[in-house]
Design a protein around this ligand. Structure first.
Ligand code: MN
Length: 195
């Protein structure tokens, strides 16, 4: 299916151009495209390489939300299925940034099963980033609130793909451990006296 390879190559070039000046929020300031690469790989493995449109949508998943890209443009340059998938994982841009978290929790369970896989991959990548390279200006409280919110969203996204759920759960366990270790160091174990 070489047309699918061509489409995915075009999606990478398009996303790299559109996100070219953006960096991740983490203290390491990774290029934004690293996040797109991680999400696309997760989606490709979750679907055993059988859903090229979903992989392309993963590459493009933040284009409408974070760059000057429209649904119509994606539908024309790629196809309507890809554009619809990206739109399905895009927050309502009519809402101010601070009001976009609650709707994600409310709407998660009504997403299509393919959008659920993509959103879980996105949340997995975000939690991995928070563990590896947290934003320097996020307090411990804000980091913990983010993890709690991501877990809430993920509850509504379950039931479509066991593999991606397991990756999300791993990432959530790791970031929770990292955050808890920093604020509540494990008490030192006392050596038990013999006898
Ligand atoms: Mn994303």
């Amino acid at each position: 299916m070489s047309h699918e390879l061509l489409m995915i190559a075009r999606a990478w070039h398009f996303a790299a151009e559109r996100h070219s000046t953006q960096k991740r929020k983490g203290s390491a300031g990774e290029p934004y495209v690293n996040h797109l690469a991680e999400v696309a790989e997760l989606v490709a493995f979750a679907t055993d390489g059988a859903d090229a449109n979903l992989v392309a949508a993963a590459v493009l998943h933040d284009a409408i939300e974070d760059t000057k890209t429209s649904h119509a443009e994606l539908a024309t340059l790629f196809n309507k299925d890809i554009a619809d998938l990206v739109a399905e994982v895009t927050d309502d841009k009519g809402l101010p940034k601070g009001r976009r978290k609650e709707p994600q929790v409310e709407k998660a369970s009504s997403k299509s099963s393919r959008a659920k896989i993509l959103k879980l991959a996105d949340k997995t990548s975000n939690l991995r980033s928070l563990a590896k390279s947290p934003p320097a200006d996020w307090s411990e409280t804000r980091r913990k609130e983010y993890v709690a919110w991501a877990k809430q969203v993920a509850e509504g996204l379950r039931g479509s793909n066991d593999w991606i759920e397991a990756r999300f759960d791993e990432a959530a366990a790791i970031v929770s451990r990292v955050l808890n270790l920093k604020t509540n160091p494990a008490p030192k174990l006392r050596r038990q006296k013999k006898g």
